[in-house]
Design a protein around this ligand. Structure first.
Ligand code: EPZ
Length: 422
């Protein structure tokens, strides 16, 4: 397993290109199952999760060609050979559940493994299933698999999500595009990745209103065509790299960055003493104070502060002036980066969904272990400001969501290198 070594090396200066959004691409790819026409995705990120989704779609008989060094994905599900998503693939990546809605909508039949939990929580999929049942799906849970059928096809329905779920909204939205009649999804997720999916589906001929609001209205159509769609910028990669100059000092321009994707996050950055300026190419970020100021954060569904940036923001607060309180409202176990940050000298007191961080003058490099995707990058960010070497092990977590992290940070002056492990 590879490790990454970071040696605190002072302020960063340079530009970092931001890739297409992993979490948009992971829902756009299964949309190919909704049509027998080709779907082309451009600005695709080069990540192991994308390769896993390609593998899953391939196991169903879909074709996924990776072109232009992985930045373009040419997908086609003209002749599927299977409607079964096996546990072996699904357990590696929970987003695999997103093939359920499209398979059911187009073929009236799907057998999809339940994803199981992961490091940050139990991650149930009950809301995915309830939304599809509301549209007439018959579901039978057997041996860890969902056996789903919709004999006469799915039918439009009004369904209110009891809590905001990104994945359940995506599954229901895709299924509703081919359901007979009108579907109204209330308390739907508003994330930019949902808006991006809706835009792509509309290019394919779907009739959708309300994308980006909490009520989606979908008029089912008999079939969808192919399309070419550019994956939206990754707001979580963007926020992650905006924190690099915030933590280490200096000035970094994030190419492709859009303020509307990260407004709540930027509000907190600015409260902490960071300047964010929109440029013609993206967002330029610099720290205007010798030391960040402590800021409190509550994670919420979009447009609130994203849970996927909580670990990274905590890393920034570890060396800030004062005490910050971070409340994690989305997942039940998303502070696993805290004990690792404490190995670097951070002072963090975790009780349930609340973490109190008391800023220290100087973090110290240490061997630390990645536990999940966003926790792993928070350790790298902390290493940028730590005295000495920080060795982050199990970086396969990192490779799921960040392409070429050592190159992107190294190009701005960070001392960072990957040690290829056994
Ligand atoms: C998506 O996960 C993202 N993953 C996550 O990013 C992100 O943290 C999350 O949305 C929240 O923004 C992808 O898009 C592939 P949810 P998802 O359904 O859809 C509960 C990353 O680091 N819930 O919005 O699984 C759930 O347990 C990943 O890139 C149910 O109870 O998240 C959680 O507490 C991590 N029943 C809350 O809802 C359900 O059926 C929000 O989960 C579904 C969810």
């Amino acid at each position: 397993m590879d490790s990454i070594v970071i040696t605190g090396n002072g302020p960063l200066n340079g530009v970092i290109p931001i890739a297409g959004a992993k979490n948009a691409c992971l829902t756009l790819m299964p949309a190919t199952l909704l049509t027998d026409q080709p779907l082309t995705l451009t600005n695709a990120p080069r990540l192991s999760d994308i390769r896993t989704m390609s593998q899953l779609l391939g196991s169903l008989g879909a074709e996924v060609a990776s072109l232009q060094d992985g930045k373009v994905l040419a997908l086609s599900s003209h002749d599927l050979t299977s409607h079964r998503a096996d546990y072996e693939i699904v357990r590696k990546m929970r987003a695999s559940i997103l093939v359920l809605g499209p398979l059911l909508a187009r073929y009236g039949h799907a057998v999809v493994s339940l994803p199981g939990g992961c490091a940050i929580g139990a991650r149930p999929v009950d809301l995915h299933l309830r939304a599809l049942e509301a549209m007439g799906a018959q579901l039978d849970l057997r041996e860890g698999y969902v056996h789903a059928t919709a004999p006469g096809g799915l039918r439009g329905a009004r369904f209110r999500f009891p809590l905001v779920s990104v994945g359940a909204t995506e599954n229901a939205l895709m299924a509703a595009t081919l359901a007979k009649g009108t579907t109204i999804l209330e308390n739907a997720a508003r994330e930019p990745e949902i808006v991006d999916l809706a835009r792509c589906l509309m290019r394919m001929g779907a009739q959708i209103e309300g994308a980006g609001t909490s009520t989606l209205t979908i008029e089912g159509v008999s079939s969808l065509s192919g399309a070419t769609h550019a994956v939206v910028t990754d707001r979580i990669e963007l926020g992650t790299y905006m924190l690099a100059p915030a933590i280490a000092g200096g000035e970094v321009e994030c190419l492709g960055g859009r303020l509307d994707l990260v407004q709540a996050f930027v509000d907190k950055l600015e409260q902490a003493g960071v300047e964010v300026v929109e440029t013609s190419r993206g967002l330029k970020v610099s720290r205007k104070t010798d030391r960040l100021r402590a800021v409190n954060v509550d994670t919420e569904p979009f447009p609130g502060f994203p849970t996927d940036l909580q670990a990274q923001f905590m890393a920034a607060m570890c060396a800030a002036e004062g005490e910050s309180v971070l409340q994690e409202h989305i997942f039940e176990n998303r502070f696993m980066h805290a004990p690792e940050l404490m190995r670097m000298g951070a002072r963090i007191d975790v009780h349930g969904g609340t973490a109190r961080v008391t800023g220290v003058d100087q973090l110290r490099g240490a061997p630390v272990m990645a536990t999940d995707l966003r926790a792993s990058v928070s350790l790298i960010l902390a290493g940028l400001a730590a005295r000495g070497d920080t060795v982050v092990s199990r970086v396969y977590h990192l490779d799921r969501g960040y392409e070429h992290v050592e190159q992107k940070l190294g190009a701005c002056g960070a001392r960072i290198e990957r040690i290829t492990g056994s």
